[in-house]
Ligand binder design. Structure first.
Ligand code: WTA
Length: 660
C-alpha cells in the first residue's frame, strides 16, 4: 500500500560534525539506542519521565504531586495537577534574575540592518509594565485578551504580559480580515485588544488599527484597545476606548509580581480551522504546554547555551507561540523575531540573517524553501552559513527535492535536518527526528517524540494497523503533556472532533504511512482542511465566505496540488439563475469576497464558474471527484455511477482543462 507513494528512502545519518565534541556541543540524545531507551521510559513510566523533566526544565512556585490524570476516553486529561507555575516567570524572571544582560530577543525589522537586541532584564521591565496596564484596565486571571499585532517585540511582550497576569491570550494572525478578527474576538468574549497603528511587511504597510476599528464596530464587549506605535502613522483613536501603549506603560512600575497559576489553568486560545463550521478556539493549559515547549526545544533543536535560535513563523500561529516565544525563552535562549519576508528586499534575506546573527538553529516552512529554491542558488552565494547546526521544517509534508536542496545548499550537508510534525492542538512537536540520534529520510518526520504513542488506524474500521508497511490515519494512543485540553466554550466539539472519531485515540486529521523500517511519513489531511503555504484553511469556511456573495447559489472548494504552496485553493461556483456565467469581474469579486471575510492568504487561486456540481442522488456533494479533476487525474475518477447526473463530470473536466 505504501508503494503508491514514491518515497525517497535514501538514508542520512547524523552528520559526523554534530558528534565531534571539538566542533559541536554534545547532543542531548546522541545515539539511536539512547533515543529508544528514553522513548521506552517515557512510554513505560510517563509519571517518572515527565515528573522528572517538569522539575528539571520548569520552575514551580508550588510543587505537584500527581503527574498525570484522566485520559483520551473521557477527555479529562490533566498534568501536574497540584502544581503552580507562571509561564512568564519561567520565560523571563528566572533568566532576568540570573543573567539580566543576556539577549532574549533579536528583532530583525522589515528593513535590513535595523536589528535591535532586547535583554532579559529589559524584557522583564517591559512585560511588567504592560502587565500593569492590563491590570489597570480590569484584566484579571481567566479573562481573554485579543492580540492583533505584527512581528515586533511588543507582540512577544503582549503574550508574556497576559501570561503574567493569568489572562488567556488569543492571538489573531495580522493577515486576517476585519470580519475574521471580529468573529474571533467575539467568540472568545475578549474585552481588551492589543494592536498597533500599522504593520510593516516586505515594504508594505498593514493597516492593523483600521482593521481593528472595522472589526470592533460589531464587538460591543470590547472596552479597551491599547495601540502600540510601529510606524507612527496617524490613526483615529476612539475616546474612552483607545489608548496609546507608550502613554499607558509609563504609568506602571518596572516590576510587578506574576500571578500564581495552577498547572491546569488555561494559558491561551488559538483559533484554527477544522473541517466544519466556524474556527475553533483551541485551548492550552499552563504546565503541560510549557513542558512540551521546553522539552521539544531542548531535544529537537538540541538547544545549548550560546545558541542563537531563529524560527521564521509568525507569532499569529502556533509555531510562533511555541518556537519563537515559549520554548526558547523558557530555556533562556536568544530568539530571533523576523518581521519581514524571505524575499525582501532580495531572496538573500534569510541567508543574510543567518550570517549576520550567527544563527545556530534555523526553522522555516517547506513552502519558503520551495520558493527560494526556484529563485536560484545564486542568492545563497557569498553568505556564511557555517554557524548553522540544525535546520528544521514545519507546516506541511516536505517533498524530497526541497529537502535535498535545504540539506545541501543551506545545511551544506553538515547540519541535521529536522522535519517536525505537529499541530496547533498538539502544542509542540510530536513526530520528529532528534538531530544527534536519528538517521533521516527526506520527507519523513521519522519517529515519535518522548511520550507520544503513535497509532496508524484503518480509516474505516478504526482498527489499529500494527507492524510496519501500513498506511492509514494518524492517531495518538495516550495523552501527552502539551495536548490541547478543549475548544473554548465547546468541550462537546472538542470531543467530537478529536476524541470521538476513533474512541480512545486522539485523531490528528492526517493520513500517514509507517514504512518498512518503521519511519512515519505524514501524507496530509484526510479531512476538508487545505494547507496553503503551511496555512491551515477549512474548505467550509471558504465556501461560506463565497456563498455570502449575492450572485452565488452554491459552491465547493477543494485543494489542488501546487509546486510552491503545497496546495492551492480551487473554488467551483454555481451562480444564481440569471447571473451571466462568463464574467472576469465576477471572478475578481468572488476572490475579494474571500479576502474580505477571511483574509488575503485565503484567496482562491482559481475560481471556476460552473453550471452544476457533482452530487449523488441524495444530494451529497462528491468532493473526491473535484479533487481528482483539479489534480489532473480525470482519467481515474473511480466509480461515478452514483452521481445524479454523470454528465456533469464531463463539463467540469472541460472547464478545468479546456480542450485545445
Ligand atoms: C500539517 C502547524 C507533514 C499537518 C505546526 C497538520 C505537517 C497541520 C507537518 C497542522 C510536517 C504540520 N509534515 N505535515 N512536518 N507539520 N503539518 O495547526 O497536516 O497550523 O495536521 O500547526 O499541518 O497545522 P497547524
Amino acid at each position: 500500500m505504501a508503494d503508491q507513494y514514491q518515497d525517497d528512502h535514501s538514508l542520512f545519518p547524523v552528520p559526523a560534525r554534530l558528534l565531534d565534541p571539538a566542533q559541536c556541543p554534545k547532543p542531548f540524545v546522541s545515539s539511536l539506542d539512547q533515543y529508544k531507551k528514553m522513548y521506552r521510559q517515557s512510554i513505560d513510566n510517563p509519571e517518572e519521565f515527565f515528573g522528572k523533566l517538569a522539575n528539571e526544565l520548569l520552575t514551580w512556585s508550588k510543587p505537584f504531586h500527581t503527574v498525570r490524570h484522566g485520559g483520551l476516553e473521557h477527555g479529562d486529561v490533566a498534568w501536574f495537577l497540584e502544581g503552580e507555575l507562571n509561564a512568564c516567570y519561567n520565560c523571563v524572571d528566572r533568566h532576568a534574575l540570573t543573567d539580566p544582560n543576556k539577549v532574549a530577543i533579536i528583532y530583525e525589522a522589515d528593513e535590513p540592518n535595523q536589528a535591535e537586541r532586547i535583554t532579559y532584564g529589559e524584557l522583564l521591565r517591559k512585560v511588567c509594565q504592560l502587565a500593569g496596564v492590563l491590570r489597570a484596565h480590569g484584566i484579571r486571571k481567566g479573562d481573554t485578551v485579543a492580540i492583533y499585532m505584527p512581528m515586533i517585540p511588543e507582540a512577544v511582550v503582549a503574550l508574556l504580559a497576559c501570561a503574567r497576569v493569568g489572562a488567556l491570550h488569543s492571538v489573531i494572525f495580522a493577515g486576517f480580515s476585519a470580519e475574521a478578527l471580529r468573529d474571533r474576538v467575539h467568540d472568545a468574549s475578549s474585552r481588551l485588544v492589543l494592536t498597533t497603528d500599522q504593520g510593516k511587511r516586505g515594504g508594505k504597510t498593514i493597516e492593523t488599527k483600521r482593521i481593528v476599528d472595522e472589526a470592533l464596530k460589531t464587538c460591543p464587549k470590547v472596552e479597551t484597545v491599547i495601540v502600540c506605535q510601529r510606524t507612527g502613522a496617524e490613526v483615529p483613536m476612539k475616546d474612552g476606548r483607545d489608548y496609546w501603549w507608550g502613554d499607558e506603560v509609563f504609568k506602571h512600575p518596572f516590576y510587578t509580581p506574576a500571578e500564581d497559576i495552577n498547572s491546569e489553568d488555561p494559558m491561551f486560545l488559538l483559533y484554527t480551522s477544522g473541517s466544519t463550521g466556524s474556527p475553533k478556539g483551541v485551548m492550552h493549559t499552563t504546565g503541560g504546554y510549557m513542558l512540551g515547549a521546553a522539552a521539544t526545544f531542548k531535544y529537537v533543536f538540541d538547544y545549548h547555551p550560546g545558541d542563537i535560535f531563529a524560527c521564521m513563523a509568525d507569532v499569529g500561529w502556533i509555531t510562533g507561540h511555541t518556537y519563537i516565544v515559549y520554548g526558547p525563552l523558557a530555556l533562556g535562549a536568544t530568539t530571533v523575531l523576523f518581521e519581514s519576508l524571505p524575499t525582501y528586499p532580495t531572496p538573500s534575506r534569510y541567508w543574510e540573517l543567518i550570517a549576520e546573527h550567527k544563527i545556530t538553529q534555523f526553522y522555516t516552512a517547506p513552502t519558503a524553501i520551495r520558493a527560494l529554491r526556484r529563485l536560484g542558488d545564486e542568492w545563497l552565494e557569498g553568505h556564511d552559513l557555517s554557524s548553522l547546526r540544525i535546520i528544521g521544517t514545519v507546516g506541511e509534508p516536505i517533498n524530497p527535492e526541497a529537502w535535498h536542496w535545504y540539506n545541501e545548499k543551506v545545511g551544506k550537508g553538515r547540519c541535521a535536518v529536522v522535519d517536525t510534525y505537529w499541530q496547533t492542538e498538539t502544542g509542540s512537536h510530536i513526530i520528529t527526528p532528534l538531530p544527534g540520534a536519528i538517521t533521516t529520510k527526506p520527507g519523513s518526520a521519522t519517529f515519535p517524540f518522548f511520550g507520544i504513542d503513535i497509532a496508524i488506524l484503518d480509516p474505516v474500521t478504526g482498527k489499529e494497523l500494527v507492524g510496519n508497511d501500513v498506511t492509514g490515519v494518524l492517531a495518538v494512543k495516550r495523552p501527552w503533556p502539551s495536548m490541547a485540553r478543549t475548544i473554548y466554550n465547546n468541550h462537546y466539539r472538542f470531543m467530537e472532533t478529536y476524541l470521538k472519531p476513533y474512541a480512545g485515540y486522539y485523531f490528528t486529521g492526517d493520513g500517514a504511512t509507517r514504512d518498512k523500517d518503521g519511519y512515519i511519513w505524514v501524507r496530509g489531511r484526510v479531512d476538508d482542511v487545505i494547507n496553503v503555504s503551511g496555512h491551515r484553511l477549512s474548505t467550509a469556511e471558504i465556501e461560506s465566505a463565497l456563498i455570502m456573495h449575492h450572485s452565488v447559489a452554491e459552491t465547493a472548494v477543494v485543494g489542488a496540488p501546487d509546486d510552491v504552496t503545497g496546495q492551492s485553493i480551487n473554488a467551483f461556483v454555481c451562480l444564481k439563475p440569471g447571473v451571466p456565467v462568463y464574467s472576469m469581474d465576477l471572478t475578481r469579486e468572488l476572490i475579494s469576497q474571500v479576502r474580505k471575510v477571511i483574509g488575503p492568504f485565503a484567496a482562491p487561486k482559481k475560481v471556476y464558474l460552473v453550471e452544476d456540481l457533482p452530487k449523488t442522488r441524495s444530494g451529497k456533494l462528491m468532493r473526491r471527484i473535484l479533487r481528482k479533476i483539479v489534480a489532473g487525474e480525470s482519467d481515474s475518477l473511480g466509480d461515478i455511477s452514483t452521481l445524479a447526473d454523470p454528465s456533469v463530470v464531463e463539463a467540469l473536466i472541460n472547464k478545468v482543462n479546456p480542450p485545445p
